[in-house]
Design a protein. Structure first.
Length: 221
């Protein structure tokens, strides 16, 4: 795969608390130019982005981000408002406390409620792998599958670690046929992009993919 083709897998991301409109506008211009899969941005910027770019951009927002312990009704409202503002994809964080308590049924029910709220729009479920045991990761694969979510996603990028190939390979063994995979956090070079795509990831969440590809193009990759 040519490096520039990898950009079609990228959720081009800017989620820092201090992200300014200038930062978001730059992100969006890059996404339009390079045809990334989406822009992943704070919910507060969605309406402004949609008003300017409309259908030129696939807008993704985060839900219950980054800690996941928001109550379900609040997460549901984030999705409903996001749809009203123009978002089409939603990356939700599970309640990690519920996972650690072994209350997997509760986590599954929340995912189901949020997928119903998202409807035809894409719901990606962030399980924050850096905090989970293998048993808990497998349980989350089952919960995401049973709840009908579209993607399982490794990380917020704000935890103690990001995506690993081992986690992606574990996902592949335990998710349902209709569930796709997204790697996020710590994807910093061309080798990372290639490895995660080859392992089966349909999306990569990163803020650095365009810089990575531009550097390779300059080198004549």
């Amino acid at each position: 795969m040519k490096p520039e083709e990898m950009l079609h897998y990228i959720d081009h991301t800017k989620l820092q608390a201090f992200a300014t409109w200038e930062d978001i506008e730059k992100l969006c211009e890059e996404a339009v130019t390079h045809q990334t899969a989406s822009v992943c941005i704070p919910p507060s910027y969605v309406k402004r982005v949609y008003d300017i770019y409309g259908e030129k951009l696939n807008i993704c927002i985060v839900v219950g981000f980054p800690l996941g312990y928001n109550v379900t009704v609040a997460k549901k409202m984030e999705i409903e408002q996001g749809i009203a503002d123009g978002a089409k994809e939603f990356d939700m964080v599970v309640n990690i406390g519920d996972v650690k308590n072994g209350d997997y049924a509760k986590v599954e029910e929340e995912i189901k409620v949020l997928k119903e709220a998202a409807g035809e729009h894409v719901l990606k479920v962030i399980i924050e792998t850096c905090y989970l045991s293998e048993e808990e990761k497998i349980a989350m694969c089952k919960a995401v599958t049973n709840a009908g979510a579209d993607y399982i996603k490794t990380s917020t990028g704000f935890g103690t670690n990001g995506a690993t190939l081992d986690d992606i390979l574990l996902f592949k063994k335990h998710i349902g046929n209709d569930v796709k995979m997204k790697a996020a956090g710590g994807v910093k070079n061309l080798s990372d992009l290639e490895s995660f795509i080859e392992a089966g990831c349909a999306r990569i969440g990163t803020s650095s993919a365009i810089d990575i590809i531009n550097k390779q193009t300059v080198k004549g990759y």
